[in-house]
Each structure stands twice: as structure tokens, then as C-alpha cells.
Design a protein around this ligand. Structure first.
Ligand SMILES: Cc1cc2nc3c(=O)[nH]c(=O)nc-3n(C[C@H](O)[C@H](O)[C@H](O)COP(=O)(O)O)c2cc1C
Length: 195
């Protein structure tokens, strides 16, 4: 990965919530978490229930060295670090992969699980790494939802073009984890300058 002179200092000690939603690209989010941890980030992974169909919470827990948050109504999770505390304490949120379903929920302010609720609470900058089938990505409703979020100030990295896990070729691949880390660095640097 290309490093800017101050990239280590921008990431080090930051608390970043990695929201993982239910797409096949979940396996790449494991690498994303590993790269952030290497940079000294305090990573908290929040998984949707669909995401847990693809990668187990145990994998993210082992990689992040923090408990995985996956249930809004879990008495233990809520008492140890409630969703409001987690949302308020984050320096940045990155949703990788961001499913079409997640984009739709976020664009309409739905809060029907832990991740969508935290997204509604936080004041931290939010970076999206969408990933889906090319036809799904080109769907007008999906585009409308994504553009609405961009208009509201959400940042986006990717998706990239290439061969997709579903066998199609085209736009929809989640950006490579090192590119997402670079986008995180850039966003943190920009929001630091604004303060
Ligand atoms: C094998 C498989 C792969 C999927 N991959 C994607 C994907 O890459 N992107 C996407 O938007 N949805 C994908 N889906 C559909 C989502 O899992 C589904 O819309 C789910 O409701 C998303 O829930 P979530 O946004 O709460 O995580 C996939 C489903 C299956 C069965």
C-alpha cells in the first residue's frame, strides 16, 4: 500500500466501526479489518444477520480483538457498550460491503437492526463500499438511493469493475481492502482539517 507521510498518525488510535452487510464480498472485509488493526485502529465490527451467513462473527472478533456487535436487543452487548455509546464514540464508520438492501434502508432512515440504528445515531463521517451484481448496481432505485446518500455527504469508494463472484463481468466488485483503507485515511484527514 502507498503510504502518505502521516498516514500512520491519522489512523492510529482512532475508533472505527466496520459495518458488514450480507454480500459475498464479506470475505474481503476480514482483510480490511486486519489492515486497520495493523495501523493501530480500534476496530469495532457490527454485522447484520445476513452478513453472518457469509462470515462468522468469530472471525471478525479474532481479527479485531474486540467483541463483535450483532444484535440490537442483546442484553449483554447493550450493557457493555450500548449502541448509542458505540455510535457516539466512533471517529468514522465504514460499511464494507454495503448491500443494495443497506443502501435502501440508509437512504430512507430505517432503523430495524443494530447497524442501521447506529448509522442513524452517529455523527461520524460514513464511508460506503458498495458491492453487488452489476445489474443490481445499475438498477435505478439502487442508484437513486446511493445518490441520495452522496447528496447527504456520505462518501463512497468503488465499486470497481471486473469479474464478479456471481459470474458476471462489470461494475459491482467491492474495492480492494487497501483502497478502502486509503479512502478512510483521506476522509479522516479531511475531517481533521475541518475541526
Ligand atoms: C450468495 C448470495 C450473495 C449475495 N451477494 C450480495 C451482494 O454482493 N450484494 C448485495 O447487495 N446483496 C447480496 N445478496 C443479497 C443480500 O444478502 C440480501 O439482500 C440481504 O437481505 C441483505 O441484508 P443486509 O443488508 O441486512 O445485510 C446476496 C445473497 C446471496 C444468497
Amino acid at each position: 500500500m502507498m503510504k502518505t507521510k502521516n498516514s500512520k498518525t491519522v489512523l492510529k488510535g482512532k475508533r472505527i466501526i466496520v459495518g458488514v452487510t450480507g454480500g459475498i464480498a464479506c470475505y474481503k472485509s476480514c482483510e480490511l479489518v486486519r489492515l486497520l488493526i495493523q495501523e493501530g485502529v480500534d476496530v469495532h465490527v457490527v454485522m447484520t444477520s445476513s452478513a453472518k451467513q457469509f462470515v462468522t462473527p468469530m472471525t471478525f472478533q479474532a481479527l479485531s480483538c474486540n467483541q463483535v456487535h450483532d444484535d440490537l436487543f442483546n442484553l449483554t452487548q447493550e450493557s457493555e457498550m450500548g449502541h448509542i455509546t458505540l455510535a457516539d464514540s466512533a471517529d468514522l464508520m465504514v460499511i464494507a460491503p454495503a448491500t443494495a438492501n443497506f443502501l435502501a434502508k440508509a437512504a430512507h432512515g430505517l432503523c430495524d437492526d443494530l447497524l442501521s440504528t447506529i448509522v442513524c445515531v452517529t455523527r461520524a463521517p460514513i464511508l460506503l463500499a458498495p458491492a453487488m451484481n452489476v445489474h443490481m448496481f445499475e438498477n435505478k432505485i439502487v442508484q437513486e438511493n446511493l445518490n441520495k446518500l452522496i447528496g447527504l455527504g456520505w462518501q463512497v469508494v468503488g465499486p470497481d469493475s471486473g469479474s464478479l463472484a456471481c459470474g458476471y463481468e462489470g461494475h459491482g466488485r467491492m474495492s480492494e481492502p487497501f483502497l478502502i483503507v486509503s479512502a478512510v485515511e483521506e476522509l479522516l484527514t479531511r475531517s481533521k482539517k475541518k475541526k
